[in-house]
Design a protein around this ligand. Sequence first.
Ligand SMILES: NC(=O)c1ccc[n+]([C@@H]2O[C@H](COP(=O)([O-])OP(=O)(O)OC[C@H]3O[C@@H](n4cnc5c(N)ncnc54)[C@H](O)[C@@H]3O)[C@@H](O)[C@H]2O)c1
Ligand SMILES: O=C[C@H](O)CS(=O)(=O)O
Length: 477
Amino acid sequence: MNTMVTTPTYGLFINGEWRQKTNTFDVLNKYTQEVIAKASYAEEQDVHDAVKAAKEALKISLSPYERYTILKKSAEALIERLEEVAQVLAEEVGKPISESRGEVERAAQTLEISAEEAKRIHGEGIPVEAAPGSENRQAFTKRVPVGVVAAITPFNVPLNLVCHKVGPALAAGNSVVLKPAEVTSVSALILTEIFEKAGLPAGKLNLITGKGSQTGTWLLENQDVNMYTFTGSPGVGKLIREKAGLRKVALELGNNSATIVHKDANIEQAATLTAQKSFNNAGQVCISVQRVYVHEDIYETFIEKMKTATNALVVGDPKDPATNVGPMIAEKEAMRVEEWVNEAVFQGAKVETGGKRDGVFYAPTILSNVNDDMKVCREEVFGPVVAVDTYRDEDEVISRVNDSDYGLQAGLFTNNLAFAMKAANLIEVGGLIINDTSGYRVDQMPYGGVKQSGTGKEGPKYAIEEMTEERIIVFNL
Ligand SMILES: NC(=O)c1ccc[n+]([C@@H]2O[C@H](COP(=O)([O-])OP(=O)(O)OC[C@H]3O[C@@H](n4cnc5c(N)ncnc54)[C@H](O)[C@@H]3O)[C@@H](O)[C@H]2O)c1
Ligand SMILES: O=C[C@H](O)CS(=O)(=O)O
């Protein structure tokens, strides 16, 4: 029996054809550090070819029902390959297998919702006849595709966040050039195969892999791209906005998410959910709970319960079904988190649990006795660290949540309707989640931040609005 296992090698996907390059890079299993696949470095000409193919493919007009069919088929095919793709996510991200399966299920839902939305894109009648002198005119609007959409995506949710861009873009009748994060390219490559098999015409989806600083830069320079949709770090987001000039951009960026636990909350529920949502995907989630503000009357009970829930988390091999917390994406990121925690401790923070690094793993860590100016509070940790502090009154805590450069989502545990409504009016975020943490998201909801957390909304219905232009048609009858 031949037991030799060959490493899969992927090319680029341009104009419906796979283009193998000699210059490749390794995608690693983040737990074992073994090579799981090789992907191709796109050269400058490949990037421009991909955009050209996308532009040409705009001439292929698919009806809304045809777009629905292709997206629906792709969602079904993804579910058929669920276990295979989940194993890839567990390897290339280091995400625990239960969470990886959850990501594949959500990605399929994102495609299915996009399919449904393809049939619902509509304009409206505009009463131009109400203007003096326009009595014999009638008008309506329609939404038209923006054109070539360049999608640039991050490593942490590499399948579902790709689906949040490709699904709505195709549903709206656009063509796409996709550039996934290099360290987690494999799930995007498999998704591209799925679209190809589902009958998507050549050029409608093109995939180029490689480094952000090269492939990404060439993509930003190409003036035939009509819109950039980006999820990733604020620094790269700002660069994209600068390079895009007058072209459209949608930016989903970072956060230092806060969750408030008020004195009347269900403490057990709050502590359990907060422990879960602080350490999912080793804290590498943009809405991961990072700052917890607990009312001083319930602080002692809360912190004990949260410590118990955190200490029960199993850290280890992402492929082990018992694992709750896997490795970080790279050892240098775990070292950065270690440095930030050490700095906080030097400044007076107390480690309630965790606070240790073992190679690429950083232990789920709760810090208390923190202040809002420590790096672990003010900046985005993007690791398994949560800072817990007390507050006394409602206005104080709202102002501390708002004292942030970011504003993606926040959570509030309370049974006090008046406080919940006050927070809904005053907390500066794209989404406030009552009786759950900042980390709640389902894929049909509008999702996106304010301040440095970005601009524009995702969720297929809302992303389609971003990825289409409103055109008015006026009849002089
Ligand atoms: N708001 C959201 O919905 C959301 C979701 C997930 C992640 N994020 C954020 O993403 C960040 C972590 O992800 P990351 O480390 O992959 O982000 P990153 O910004 O380093 O990379 C994201 C993508 O941008 C590309 N890129 C890098 N430099 C580029 C350049 N000069 N030009 C063009 N493209 C370039 C990368 O190759 C990658 O594909 C965190 O800040 C996190 O909060 C936000
Ligand atoms: O990392 C941020 C993601 O958008 C959160 S989720 O995986 O979509 O819930």
